[in-house]
Design a protein around this ligand. Structure first.
Ligand code: FAD
Length: 415
């Protein structure tokens, strides 16, 4: 088959590599460079993850096997132990917070333990059965931990009322501790090991740009092609004057789907609902920092609008270039003015000094209670036309890179 892939983030690049030996694949990318969210720049010899600080890990063997068939784990990647921390009441404490309750004052510890014990007597329900994210958190961790940590931290990132967030959005992302685990962790003071990223892999050189560059080899990529128009002639598709595609995979933002898709869906799904899906952008400030051994520092409290520092300089020494100090990325949800970020970093630990700023308009997708049904319906209708949605913004799923690869592997099977 001749297959067009619109969008060259990790989703489009992965799918193209899966298909390229058996099919003719052409990729279209609106930007001048492929890579989407995982692109990196070199600024002043330092590696800048323009969005976040992408690390790789997967619990799915098929995904891991596929990934490592393209990279040499030993010679090209570092295996880094996650050392996440939380900045809380001027202290840097461990993550996840429920395993570090011993850091709080006695009366807070008493209240949290009382609440956790009370929750023990409540009938347990599985996470899917909670009506919303707020109730899940309150009933899993108790009201005090919710108010002190989970609510302010999540509000900072999502900027949304957590009672309007459906559980389906967060599948596979949720911590599921039980009381015994919490008590044992607080006594033994051991790290929770079942987190998604207890260790992760990171390229020795080049960050996630290394992944983009490798996966782009031997592909037919047309950069600078913003696809707004798709034409169907005799059961084949024409895209950007290229004719004869049997199948189209769209990896862009579902709210901005090309005209043809809109026409196909009109009257069958609520297009307005799709166009009104909500997402958040992210502002990132690359900084120099004093030395530490942290991978991520979460910042729930309201004294600053920054919600996380990603110590990318600790992921690989090469990321620090020829700087004397280490580097990190300070993350803010939404669009921040440069001057505001500069005043915010003065409140943060590490004597941060700024190097470069980036704003990404689309980084976090937000679901409402109708979203999953709407997207499933949309996918089904498009599939009948040999058009497929793939990736974080096309499928409107809270995917990490590994989930994008998993979705690409699954889609390739159906193609
Ligand atoms: C702050 C942050 C931190 C993260 N950290 C991690 C992490 O540590 N590990 C991890 O695994 N994942 C992480 N993720 C998730 C990861 O970034 C995404 O899952 C992944 O990059 C999404 O890839 P994608 O290909 O689906 O979408 P994108 O990367 O958005 O790619 C879509 C591409 O399509 C192009 N495009 C769109 N419309 C058109 C059009 N009409 N015509 C042509 N081209 C078009 C875009 O320009 C873009 O290049 C993080 C995400 C964020 C926001």
């Amino acid at each position: 088959m001749k297959i067009a892939i619109i969008g060259t983030g990790i989703s489009g690049l992965s799918l193209a590599n899966i298909l390229k030996d058996k099919h003719e694949v052409v990729l279209f990318e609106k930007e001048q460079r492929q890579g989407g969210l995982i692109k990196c720049d070199i600024i002043d010899s330092v590696l800048f993850h323009k969005v976040g600080g992408h690390v790789f890990n997967s619990k799915n063997k098929e995904v891991a096997d596929w990934f490592w068939s393209h990279f040499n784990q030993d010679s090209e990647f570092l295996e880094v132990t996650r050392n996440a921390k939380i900045l809380f009441r001027d202290q840097i404490i461990g993550y996840p917070i429920e395993n570090y309750i011993y850091n709080f004052d006695k009366s807070t510890i008493d209240t949290i333990i009382d609440e956790l014990l009370l929750l023990q007597h409540k009938e347990k329900q599985s996470w899917q059965n909670y009506p919303n994210f707020e109730l899940f958190l309150e009933n899993t961790f108790g009201k005090t931990l919710y108010e002190l940590y989970f609510k302010p931290y999540n509000n900072k990132i999502w900027k949304v009322d957590l009672s309007t967030v459906p559980m389906s959005w967060l599948e596979g992302k949720l911590p599921m501790p039980n009381l015994k685990e919490i008590i044992v962790s607080n006594i033994t003071r051991q790290e929770e090991k079942s987190m998604v990223h207890s260790t992760f892999f990171y390229p020795k050189v080049g960050g996630s740009q290394f992944i983009v560059d490798r996966l782009s080899q031997d592909l037919d990529i047309r950069t600078g092609s913003d696809i707004t128009h798709i034409e169907k002639i005799n059961n084949q598709y024409t895209i950007d004057k290229q004719i004869g595609f049997d199948s189209v995979v769209y990896c862009g933002d579902i709210r901005k789907m090309p005209d043809y898709l809109e026409k196909t869906l009109d009257g069958k799904v609520d297009l307005k609902e799709i166009q009104n899906l909500r997402s958040n952008g992210t502002s990132n400030l690359l900084c120099e920092t004093d030395d530490n051994d942290i991978s991520w520092l979460y910042i729930p409290e309201e004294f600053t609008s920054a919600h996380r520092i990603i110590y990318t300089g600790n992921f690989s020494p090469a990321n620090n270039g020829d700087k004397q100090r280490k580097t990190c990325v300070v993350e803010f949800s939404g669009k921040m003015q440069y001057e505001d970020m500069i005043s915010e970093i003065k409140k943060l630990p590490g004597n941060l000094s700024p190097i470069k700023y980036n704003y990404e308009q689309n980084s976090y997708i937000i679901h409402n209670f109708e979203t999953k049904k709407l997207i499933d319906q949309t996918k089904k209708i498009l599939k009948e036309e040999n058009i497929h949605l793939l990736g974080r913004f096309a499928e409107w799923e809270y995917y990490n890179m590994d989930k994008c690869i998993e979705a690409a592997l699954n889609l390739a099977k159906t193609l």
